[in-house]
Ligand binder design. Structure first.
Ligand SMILES: [Zn+2]
Length: 138
């Protein structure tokens, strides 16, 4: 009897047909690489706290993904070239495109502690990631 563990809904949403899922992966393990719904911000915050205070909390074993399933953190990536789940790629593209737009607007605000050039550079970084998640060349 096939008893999926994690990611059945994600596999279906990733474009994998149920036939491929059931015949190819009878162990019930989702073979796709997803994106963390928080785009790895928890891991970045953990690294900042660890470098500032020398303390490192545990990273979560599983995370909610951009496609809405729970998956092991090890099966997620922030690198567009590694993410194989199409809904997660679309999610990350949309989030990075939105952040690029927000940093573009942020750069125009007067009196900020962040310089115009820094805000523009961060916007460009998000724009590049958005393009790569969309499968476009940077
Ligand atoms: Zn996914």
């Amino acid at each position: 009897m096939h008893t999926p563990l994690i990611g059945v809904r994600g596999a279906a949403r990733c474009g994998a047909t149920r036939a491929v899922w059931c015949s190819g992966r009878v162990d019930g393990i989702d073979p796709h690489i997803h994106v963390d719904v928080k785009l790895g911000s928890d891991v970045v915050a953990r690294d900042i706290l660890a470098s500032a205070f020398g303390l490192a909390g545990d990273v979560p074993a599983t995370v909610t993904t951009g496609c809405g399933v729970r998956a092991p953190l090890a099966m997620t990536s922030a690198s567009p070239e590694r993410v194989t789940c199409l809904p997660c790629r679309e999610y990350a593209h949309g989030r990075h495109a939105l952040m690029a737009k927000q940093f573009d607007e942020f750069a125009r605000l007067p009196g900020l502690a962040v310089s115009y050039d820094e805000a523009v550079r961060v916007a460009a970084w998000h724009r590049d990631l958005a393009r790569r998640f969309a499968g476009l060349d940077s």
